[in-house]
Design a protein around this ligand. Sequence first.
Ligand code: ADP
Ligand code: MG
Length: 255
Amino acid sequence: MAKIAVFNQKGGVGKTTTTLNVAALLARRGGDPLVLDLDPQGHLTGICGAAVAAPERSLYGFYSSGASLGGLIKFVDNLGWKIIPSHLDLSKVDTQFGRGHNVLNRLNSGIIRENLNTDRPILMDICPMLGVLSLNGIFAADRVLIPISADYLAVRGAAQMERTLRALEHVLKKRVERRYLLTRFDGRRKMSWDIDQQLRARYGAEVCETRIAENVSLAESPSFNRDVFGHAPASRGAQDYSALLDELERGRFLQ
Ligand code: ADP
Ligand code: MG
């Protein structure tokens, strides 16, 4: 099934929020998503209560000592899905392992070797910096979901992402299927609508029809170690992510 990298070189745009809630809804709809936390900051790992003290028991163990990915999976009881946790030591991956093609393909090889996504989608929460770790995620992905926060740098951020993906496509020798997702949308602001219009004019059908509104339940739920569906199922945030999943399923983006 699909391997999706949730990526934007900008921080604070909703990558972790999107990974959390898409995984949550996939699980609630009977799927068995596996989430890889590829951000050394480990925010998603923290929200899941899946933090590990020993770096070897996180994704870092896969890079440092060749631990099997399967052996690093943790089931998150309160959320109902599985995660391979991050650890701050993952920030060392960028300096420790060089940049050869084998290194950049390492995660992809591991996922394929262990048949990790034969019958389940994989979601990867990617750190904002472009380095060995994030490139591992993008090389492993067959699709990229790019949250764009509806603030004044949004259009510039999208243009930067487009340049990055085009440069990578030369190396990967294929087009990376992508969807831009407008997040933190505030319909009362003219700026939000301007950004919406500019993104659609530039990227057309690659912009999700669904917009994720600025919503307090989305911001609050992580502090209760919950996704928005467990925290506030009737909230605007829950409705928006539900609509997003419907749209991605209709577009076969998750298959
Ligand atoms: P990233 O992973 O890209 O750095 P996050 O998902 O952590 O971004 O979001 C950054 C901050 O914005 C977090 O505090 C998060 O709770 C909040 N946030 C994200 N999306 C929304 C939204 N739609 N409405 C309100 N707050 C949001
Ligand atoms: Mg994040």
